[in-house]
Design a binder for this molecule. Sequence first.
Ligand code: ATR
Length: 281
Amino acid sequence: MSLKRACVIGWPVSHSRSPLIHRYWIKLHGIEGDYAREAVPPGDVEAFLTNIEARGFVGCNVTLPHKEAAFQSVRIADEATQKLGVVNTVFRRDGTTWGTSTDGEGFLANIASGYRGWSPANKRIAVLGAGGAARAIVATLIDQGAAEVVVFNRTLERAEILRRDFGTKVKPLPWDKAADALAETDALVNTTSLGMKGQPELDLDIARLPRSALVSDIIYVPLITNLLVRAKERGHPIVTGLGMLLHQAVRGFELWFGVRPKVTQELYDLVAADIEKGTAT
Ligand code: ATR
């Protein structure tokens, strides 16, 4: 059996925790494989992906700022990714280089792992932000039968683009309406960069949010954002961003190495410790 190698491409890429996650699974499953970091400058993405096999890789993850460029450079594997316009996972099949997005399923699987049976079906969900991360999450929530996805964004036009692309169950609202509009919300998801280490805090008042509402943040540095701290204090069920990062990695690993890995507490703790240390391993 020959050595199978995958990688993550980004610019910069040194902060990525994907090598830590995939190498953990490679070792756990006794796979003859490796997972590298590849710094690919903007403009070189297409050339890299076109020759991915010649470079010795069975596939890769794609991180910022290359997700759109990757979408343009590979054959898209499924309808959902086609609508999304971004790719975070690239793999080889039948002599072709394919791309897919696993962010939406990572988001859902993460919630389901903490709250078994939770589903967006018939729920009213508030999403903060309308950037790239929001796109995958809003698409998944609609696809899974959410009754309404209210998108609050500083730049309202970006929220309106989500409605155009994913349908009229998406309700764009201005950022300053968020606090008042939380009253009948079943789940709140932060997809903005507010609250991330080095960024301004997310100072949204959540006093009107029903206490049964699930609160989720996709930020994982810090591991527990200020929003999650405040939500926990009010008794809300909370879901961390690190869990989403781990769950989005599952399908890529399976596509490259042929084993569907599990997200365990041990893996969570390993990556959490690396994040708390401050520099990526
Ligand atoms: P990503 O791909 O990670 O989602 P992005 O596309 O830059 O990154 O999106 C960042 C999100 O955080 C956007 O919704 C952005 O709002 P705008 O669309 O108005 O830019 C939001 N965001 C960033 N800084 C913000 C701030 N200071 N106040 C409110 N929203 C902010």
